[in-house]
Design a protein around this ligand. Structure first.
Ligand SMILES: [Zn+2]
Length: 193
C-alpha cells in the first residue's frame, strides 16, 4: 500500500513537471535585472515539454542585447509576457535547427526568392539583409507553428501581430501560412508538422 502511494505520488510529480532538457544559464554582467530573467525562462521549461526545440543547452542573459542565436543563445531583460518570452526562446532555438539543415534552408529560400521578388530588409519590416529576410520566412513560420503547438492558434497569432520588428515577415507568415508550410514540408524542414 505504501509502495503504491509512493508510486502514485512520483507519477503525479512527473506529470506536473514538464520534461524539458536542462539548460545552463549565465548572465553577461551579473546584475539583478539579468538574473531575474533566469527563473522566468526556467518556469517556461517546467511548464512545457520543449525537448523538441532545444538545440543548444546554453543561454546567456544580457541587458539591452537584441536576442540572437549564435554563438551563444542570448536573451535580453526586456519586460515581456510569458508567451512573448517563449516565442523568443523558440525563435532562437529554431535558428540552430535551420542551421543544422543547410541544404534544406537553401532550397526553401530559392523557392521563396521566386515567389517574393522584392522583400524588405534593413528596416523594421524585414531582417538585416535580403538573405536574412528570406531565412526568417523559415524561422518565423516555424516559430509560429511551434507556438500554435504549445499555446494554441489565438495566442500564437497575438504574439506575432504584437511584434514591432520583422513586421512584413510575420504578416507574410500569417497570410501565406499554407504555401510557406508546403515549401518547408517539401524541403524536409518539418520540425513542427
Ligand atoms: Zn532570428
Amino acid at each position: 500500500m505504501r509502495y503504491l502511494f509512493t508510486l502514485l505520488f512520483t507519477l503525479t510529480l512527473l506529470q506536473t513537471m514538464a520534461q524539458s532538457p536542462e539548460i545552463t544559464f549565465s548572465t553577461k554582467k551579473g546584475t539583478d535585472r539579468e538574473k531575474e530573467v533566469i527563473p522566468k525562462v526556467q518556469e517556461i521549461l517546467n511548464k512545457y515539454d520543449l525537448t523538441k526545440w532545444v538545440f543548444t543547452d546554453k543561454i546567456i542573459i544580457e541587458a539591452f542585447a537584441i536576442p540572437h542565436s549564435h554563438p551563444v543563445l542570448t536573451l535580453n531583460t526586456k519586460p515581456q509576457s510569458q508567451d512573448e518570452l517563449l516565442s523568443t526562446f523558440l525563435h532562437e532555438q529554431i535558428h540552430w535547427y535551420v542551421d543544422e539543415n543547410k541544404s534544406s534552408e537553401q532550397k526553401a529560400i530559392a523557392e521563396f526568392k521566386k515567389k517574393y521578388k522584392n522583400v524588405p530588409f534593413g528596416n523594421r519590416e524585414g531582417a538585416k539583409d535580403e538573405y536574412s529576410t528570406y531565412l526568417h520566412l523559415i524561422v518565423c513560420y516555424l516559430e509560429f507553428k511551434s507556438m500554435v503547438d504549445l499555446v494554441g492558434e489565438e495566442r500564437a497569432e497575438k504574439v506575432m501581430r504584437d511584434t514591432n520588428h520583422y513586421t512584413w515577415i510575420y504578416e507574410t507568415v500569417l497570410k501565406d501560412r499554407k504555401s510557406i508550410g508546403k515549401t518547408l514540408a517539401k524541403n524536409k524542414l518539418n520540425l513542427v508538422d
